[in-house]
Write a protein that binds this ligand. Structure first.
Ligand code: HEC
Length: 114
């Protein structure tokens, strides 16, 4: 199951400003490292490009990847929280995002995915 970001549970005083997590500052660099070898260019895997918010909201072959404001919904959340060896676990294989990277992505979606 998805957990609330640790800092939301731990201490309300460290909750960041609304809309402080932005795609260009925090999320794009992370996707560049972990995702965009496969999710950019002319023939992105799953039909999904992750280089801009518009591309993410348009989504891939399964539809929009993110539901702004609802970090528990959307394909992106689904795929990056899979633990098994499903072909939909992202990133595939042994690679994985750290807990703090996951928190950052969920917080970005919670804040409206801007
Ligand atoms: C090594 C290549 C590779 C990397 C790296 C990768 N993906 Fe994927 N991704 C795929 C493939 C292949 C599919 C299609 C899987 C299928 O449908 O069988 C896919 C599908 C997806 C889908 C579903 C798209 C749809 O509409 O069906 C999402 C969401 C996704 N990836 C997100 C990510 C995210 C986020 C990252 C980085 C954390 C990432 N992927 C990293 C190869 C990759």
């Amino acid at each position: 199951m998805l957990m609330e970001p640790a800092y939301l549970l731990a201490n309300a005083s460290v909750v960041p400003d609304p809309h402080s997590v932005t795609f260009s500052k925090h999320i794009r660099p992370l996707f560049e490292v972990h995702c965009n070898d496969c999710h950019s260019g002319w023939f992105p895997d799953g039909g999904l490009r992750l280089s801009s918010v518009d591309e993410i909201l348009e989504g891939g072959k399964s539809g929009p990847a993110v539901v702004p404001g609802q970090p528990r919904k959307g394909w992106l959340t689904y795929t990056i929280t899979l633990k098994d060896d499903s072909r939909l676990k992202m990133p595939p294989g042994d690679a994985s995002l750290s807990a703090s990277e996951l928190d950052l992505i969920f917080e970005w979606i919670r804040q409206g995915a801007r």
